[in-house]
Ligand binder design. Structure first.
Ligand code: GTP
Ligand code: MG
Length: 220
């Protein structure tokens, strides 16, 4: 689902920011670090012994982009093969997807390519897809070259970043890059399971995490 509201006029004449909501799904082989990336993005934390996801997890995070507050409604899917058939439920109607692989494991890169193929065939035609080469902090065990992944990403029109949920390298940057590629200036259509469109949001209600991104969220 995606909601979009124009500026909210206040009695003192100030115009509040507009707000957009986007549904984002994470896909990728088990243990590549999907949940860890979300945990880093949403809570600023990392766990060495992150439990394997069962089904899917739902979290939200807000960030600020110029005069727009972007709220991500995040579906963190389970990578284990037995959950594969559930995936369409989560990517259907999503405006953004992060397909994750582990740079130390070539099979996870091949699996990521299959997810991209599936998304480009079956998800929304305008979906913004980011490819994340995670675990960049252990690049000494690298099995997928940066340039190889970048070339592949370019050939499929994907955003690409190497990330580390452990050190937080490029995690916020990746979500910010996705937000920049989403149509924040136009009203959005519906975005999928359980989705509602919300308008007229008062942006004085900010999450502390939203404020981490600085700029437009804090100072109203
Ligand atoms: P499923 O839920 O089974 O699909 O796995 P997942 O993709 O959500 O992986 P998860 O986040 O559970 O991470 C798997 C393991 O990799 C955990 O032990 C994490 O601590 C570790 N891990 C995740 N991200 C990183 C990273 O950037 N660097 C390092 N070194 N380890 C990471
Ligand atoms: Mg997980």
């Amino acid at each position: 689902m995606a909601g979009h509201s124009g500026g909210v006029n206040r009695p003192n004449g100030a115009t509040a920011n507009k707000m957009c909501q986007f549904k984002l799904v994470l896909l990728g082989e088990s243990a590549v670090g999907k949940s860890s990336l979300v945990l880093r993005f949403v809570k600023g934390q990392f766990q060495e012994y992150q439990e394997s996801t069962i089904g899917a997890a739902f979290l939200t995070q807000t960030l600020c982009l110029d005069d727009t507050t972007v709220k991500f409604e995040i579906w963190d899917t389970a990578g284990q093969e037995r959950y594969h058939s559930l995936a369409p439920m989560y990517y259907r109607g999503a405006q953004a997807a992060v397909v994750v692989f582990d740079i130390t494991n070539i099979e996870t890169f091949e699996r990521a390519k299959n997810w991209v193929k599936e998304l480009q065939r079956q998800a929304s035609p305008n979906i913004v897809i980011a490819l994340a080469g995670n675990k960049a902090d252990i690049a000494d065990k690298r099995a997928v070259e940066y340039q190889e992944a970048q070339t592949y990403a370019d050939s499929k029109s994907l955003l690409f970043m190497e990330t580390s949920a452990k050190t937080s390298m490029n995690v916020n940057e990746m979500f910010m890059a996705i937000a920049r590629h989403l149509p924040t200036s136009e009203p959005q259509g519906g975005a999928g399971p359980g989705g509602r469109t919300r308008t007229g949001v008062d942006l004085q209600e900010q999450t502390p995490a939203g404020r981490r991104f600085g700029g437009c969220c804090g100072g109203q």
